[in-house]
Ligand binder design. Structure first.
Ligand code: C5P
Length: 224
């Protein structure tokens, strides 16, 4: 990996605010923002509900038809699947669950890891996901792991969905968040966990501004 590229990783569970934080940070640092959840969601959306039950060869054949590119920088970074930007269609809780289902599969993880590392070789970035610090960018210069209670995360996700004009039921979201946490933390490959050298921040009691200030404090040496 090119040592001059600045790679910052932000990992954490669903609804913890990684996306918002990664976007803000990328804007602040004028680097690209890599939303790896969008890549898992994009694959899940393209393949459909029960794709994770298919055999490895047919999944590999499907994946060969997909290519991801990252356009733009900062808040305007845009993840494209086969040259088409991924939009709100992948942002539902249902697609989130489908994504979590296919994220257990080695064939999918290997495919996306390669795509993510290729993007990381081209540009400095803030990479956000579940295994950025542990698996995809183990040599990242800065690694953060954001956490918060499932209840706090469900409330944040609820407000986010409302904001996007989507129907939302907070109890259903909480149930899905817990189910996704369980799948993401306990899967055999690349489970959700902080890297040994990650800075862990519990954001339950913090505002977005507080979290950003905390990240920037740690990043001071890279900024000046
Ligand atoms: O972050 P987001 O909620 O968009 O991710 C959707 C799902 O994709 C997660 O629940 C997780 O199962 C999977 N994912 C992953 N590794 C990543 C990013 C997302 O397994 N780096």
């Amino acid at each position: 990996m090119d040592q001059n590229k600045l790679i910052i990783t932000i990992d954490g569970p669903a609804g913890v605010g990684k996306t918002t934080m990664a976007r803000k940070l990328a804007k602040h640092l004028s680097v690209a923002y890599l939303d790896t959840g969008a890549m898992f969601r994009g694959v899940a959306w393209k393949l459909g509900q029960d794709a994770w039950l298919k055999d490895e060869q047919s999944l590999a054949d499907e994946l060969k038809k997909m290519s991801f590119t990252l356009r733009g920088q900062g808040e305007r970074s845009e993840m494209c699947l086969n040259s088409v930007p991924l939009g709100p269609e992948i942002r539902t809780e249902t697609i989130g669950l489908w994504a979590s289902n296919i994220a257990k599969l080695k064939v999918v993880r290997d495919f996306l890891k390669k795509a993510q590392q290729e993007i990381g070789q081209q540009t400095s970035l803030v990479a956000e996901g579940r295994d950025m610090g542990t698996v995809v960018f183990p040599h990242a210069r800065y690694k953060f792991f954001l956490d918060a209670s499932p209840e706090v995360r469900a409330k944040r996700r609820y407000l986010q969905l409302k904001d996007m004009g989507q129907e939302a039921d907070i109890e259903a979201i909480l149930k899905q968040i817990k189910r996704r946490d369980d799948q993401d933390r306990n899967r055999a490959i690349a489970p959700l966990r902080p890297a040994d050298d990650a800075i862990v921040i519990d954001t339950s009691e913090l505002s977005l501004e507080d979290v950003l200030a905390c990240l920037l404090q740690h990043l001071k040496p890279a900024i000046v």
